[in-house]
Design a binder for this molecule. Structure first.
Ligand code: OTU
Length: 606
C-alpha cells in the first residue's frame, strides 16, 4: 500500500532496461517528493494531473541522460559520501576572468591540479541579460551559454575534461529570479497571462507597501526597495536589481520549469548546482520573506528530483543568513535537502577575529554549528565574489551593532588597521557597512611597507584559510587568493559596474603571478606554496574529513582558537599581534606549553 501516486508516467518515459532502477529510486525519493509538492500545491484542483505530468517530464529527461553520466550516477550512488573526504578542495572563479572563456578554463586545469582542486565552481556562465546583468546573475536563458564564453558543446567538453582530471564542475543555478529579458518575463510583458503568473505582479502599491513593512534590502543604495514599477504590468517583485524578477513559486509551473532546466544542465555534465539566493524563494506577508518553510519544501522537492533523475548531482545552498538558520538548508535525518551549504557566518567570524584580535565571535559560531545529518556538509571559505555582510553575526554579537560596525570600519582602514577593504552599499541609513576586497587586501598586504609587514599579512591570510581548511566540510578557495592577488579598481571606469564595489574582488587571473607560483622569493610563490602545503597536510589527515566531529577547547587567552577534530587532530590559531602561550597539557601528545608567534597557527596530529 502506498499513500502516494505510482511512478507509472515516470517509468513509461524510460527504456525497459532503466525502469527497475528508476522504480527503486522513486521508492526512495518519491514519498518525500510527493509530500512536499502536495504541501505546496495540493490544494489546487489540477494537482494530481500536474504531478503526473511532472513525473513524465522527469522521466523524459532521465531518458536523455548519457550512458557516461548514468555510470557516474551508479558510482556516486554506491559511494554517497564521495564529497566528504579530506582531499576534496573547491575553487571558485568567473570563467571570463579565470580563462577568458570556457575553453580557456580547460587550459587552466594544470593550475587547478597543482593546487589540489577537485571541484570547480564557475560563477554564472549561462546567457545573461543584455547590458547590466549583476555579474551574470540576471539569466536570460537556462539553455544557452553566454555567447562570449562559448556554447553548450563547449560546456560539455569542459565537463568531460574536468572529470578526466578528477574535478567536478559546479555551475551557478539562479532559481530565485530571471532577467527581465528572459522569455518568461518577455512573455509576461507581451500580455501572456500564464507567464505573468510566473512572477509576483501587483496592480498598485497596496500589497508591496504591506510586504515592505517587514522586508530587508539587499542593495539599499543601488536598488532600494523590493518592487519595481514596470509600465506594462504593474509592480513586480525584484529583491535584487530591478532587472532581476523574482519567480513566483506559489505557481507549480514555475517549479516544474526550474526542475526541468536544472536536469537539462545536469544532462550536459554539470555535477553540482550552486542554488543562488535560496533563502528568498517563498514570500509571506509579515515576515522578511527569507528562510520560509516553503523555501525548504521547494529545495527538498528538488533534492528528491535529482535523487530520482541524476543521483550523481549535488545541490549546494547559498543562503547568507544567521548561524541558526543555516542548518535547515542541509535537511535533517530522513529529510534530505541540500548536500552542501555555504557556512557564511564562519567565514565572516574568521575575519572578525582578525579585526578584534579576539576569537569570541568565531568560537560562538563554531559552538552554534550543530553536527549534520549523514551525507550533508558545509562549504567553508574565506572570500567569494560577493561582499562580507557583518550583520549575519548579530546573534553571536548579542545584537551589539556598534561592535559589528567597528569590525566593518576596521576592514575599511579605520585607525591603524592593516586592511584595505572597500565598503559596499553604504547608504546613509545603513548601520553596518558590508565589506569588499580580495583576501590579500583584507589581510594587509596592500598596506604592508616592508618584508616584516608582508610576512605578517601572509600569516593572517593563512590563519583565515587555516580555519576553512581545518573546520570540517569542503573548503573552497577563491580565484586569485591562492596567489595573493590584490584589489582591482578597474571596474570604476565602467559605467555598468562602477556602482557595485563587489567588482574590486573580481580581477582577471594574473598569469605572471601564476608563472611565479613555485618561486618562493616572490609574494605569489610564498602564498601559493604555503597554501599548497596546508592543502597537502589536510589531505593526508583522515581526521580532517568533513564528518569527523569538532570541538572547541576552552582557552583563557581570547586571541586563541583551539579546534579539535576527533581525538587525533588539534589546530591552534593565534589571532593577535602578540606572541601567546598555549598552556601545558592542552594536548596529550604535547605536554609542554606551546608558543604561537603573532598570527601563528599550528596543526598537531597524533
Ligand atoms: C547572490 O547573493 C549572488 O551571490 C550575488 O552575486 C547576486 O548579486 C545575488 O545573489 C542575486 O542573484 O542574497 O543569499 O549581499 O551576498 O546578493 C544570497 C550581496 C544573496 C550578496 C547577496 C546574495
Amino acid at each position: 500500500m502506498t499513500d502516494f501516486p505510482s511512478p507509472e508516467r515516470l517509468l513509461a518515459a524510460l527504456p525497459l532496461a532503466q525502469r527497475a532502477e528508476a522504480a527503486r529510486r522513486y521508492a526512495e525519493h518519491g514519498p518525500l517528493l510527493y509530500r512536499r509538492l502536495a504541501g505546496l500545491y495540493g490544494g489546487r484542483a489540477d494537482f494530481a494531473r500536474w504531478y503526473d505530468d511532472l513525473l513524465a517530464a522527469i522521466g523524459a529527461l532521465m531518458a536523455e541522460r548519457s550512458a557516461g553520466l548514468r555510470e557516474l550516477d551508479a558510482c556516486r550512488a554506491a559511494n554517497p559520501g564521495w564529497f566528504l573526504g579530506q582531499a576534496m578542495l573547491g575553487y571558485s572563479a568567473y570563467a571570463s576572468r579565470f580563462g577568458g572563456d570556457l575553453a580557456g578554463v580547460g587550459r587552466r586545469i594544470e593550475h587547478l591540479r597543482a593546487l589540489g582542486v577537485t571541484y570547480l565552481h564557475l560563477l554564472p556562465f549561462l546567457r545573461a541579460r543584455a547590458g547590466e546583468n549583476d555579474g551574470g546573475f540576471a539569466v536570460a536563458s537556462f539553455d544557452d551559454v553566454e555567447p562570449g564564453l562559448g556554447t553548450m558543446d563547449d560546456l560539455e567538453t569542459l565537463c568531460v575534461q574536468l572529470r578526466a582530471a578528477g574535478i567536478s564542475l559546479c555551475g551557478d543555478f539562479i532559481l530565485n529570479h530571471v532577467a527581465d529579458d528572459h522569455p518568461w518575463a518577455q512573455g509576461a510583458l507581451a500580455g501572456d497571462a500564464r507567464l505573468r503568473d510566473f512572477f509576483h505582479v501587483f496592480p498598485d502599491r497596496a500589497m508591496p507597501d504591506r510586504y515592505e513593512r517587514t522586508l530587508g534590502q539587499v542593495f539599499p543604495e543601488a536598488s532600494p526597495g523590493n518592487f519595481t514599477h514596470v509600465p506594462a504590468l504593474g509592480w513586480v517583485w525584484t529583491t535584487f536589481y530591478p532587472f532581476q524578477w523574482d519567480l513566483n513559486y506559489a505557481n507549480p509551473d514555475v517549479l516544474a520549469e526550474i526542475a526541468a532546466a536544472l536536469l537539462r544542465l545536469a544532462n550536459r555534465g554539470v555535477e553540482v548546482f550552486r542554488l543562488d539566493s535560496t533563502a528568498f524563494l517563498w514570500k509571506r506577508e509579515g515576515t522578511p520573506c527569507m528562510n520560509q518553510p516553503e523555501a525548504h519544501a521547494i529545495l527538498q522537492a528538488l533534492r528528491a528530483i535529482v535523487g530520482i533523475a541524476a543521483p550523481a548531482v549535488l545541490l549546494k545552498a547559498e543562503a547568507i543568513v544567521p548561524t541558526r538558520d543555516l542548518p535547515a538548508y542541509l535537511g535533517e535525518p530522513g529529510v534530505p535537502e541540500c548536500h552542501l551549504a555555504y557556512h557564511s557566518t564562519l567565514m565572516a567570524a574568521g575575519w572578525a577575529a582578525l579585526a578584534e584580535q579576539d576569537t569570541s565571535l568565531l568560537r560562538a559560531v563554531v559552538e552554534r554549528t550543530p553536527s549534520l545529518p549523514a551525507g550533508a556538509s558545509w562549504l567553508t571559505y574565506v572570500r567569494c565574489h560577493d561582499d562580507i555582510g557583518w550583520k549575519i553575526l548579530a546573534d553571536e554579537a548579542a545584537g551589539d551593532v556598534a561592535r559589528l560596525a567597528g569590525i566593518a570600519n576596521f576592514f575599511h582602514g579605520a585607525g591603524d588597521s592593516f586592511a584595505a577593504g572597500v565598503p559596499f552599499q553604504s547608504g546613509a541609513a545603513v548601520t553596518v557597512q558590508a565589506t569588499n576586497g580580495m583576501a590579500a587586501a583584507l589581510a594587509g598586504f596592500e598596506t604592508a611597507a616592508g618584508p616584516l609587514a608582508r610576512e605578517a599579512a601572509l600569516r593572517r591570510l593563512l590563519l583565515v584559510h587555516g580555519v576553512a581548511l581545518a573546520f570540517g566540510g569542503m573548503p573552497m578557495l577563491y580565484m586569485g587568493d591562492e596567489l595573493g592577488m590584490g584589489n582591482d579598481h578597474g571596474y570604476r571606469a565602467d559605467p555598468q559596474r562602477a556602482h557595485d564595489t563587489r567588482w574590486v574582488q573580481r580581477p582577471d587571473f594574473d598569469d605572471e603571478a601564476a608563472a611565479r607560483r613555485d618561486d618562493r622569493d616572490t609574494w605569489s610563490g610564498r602564498v601559493f606554496g604555503a597554501l599548497r602545503a596546508l592543502v597537502e597536510q589536510r589531505s593526508a589527515c583522515a581526521a580532517l574529513a568533513a564528518d569527523v566531529p569538532r570541538t572547541v577547547l576552552p582557552m583563557d587567552d581570547p586571541a586563541l582558537l583551539a579546534l579539535a577534530r576527533g581525538d587525533s587532530f588539534l589546530a591552534l590559531f593565534n589571532f593577535s599581534a602578540r606572541t601567546v602561550k598555549v598552556p601545558p597539557g592542552t594536548w596529550p601528545r604535547y605536554p609542554d606549553a606551546i608558543e604561537l608567534e603573532p598570527w601563528g597557527m599550528r596543526w598537531l596530529t597524533r
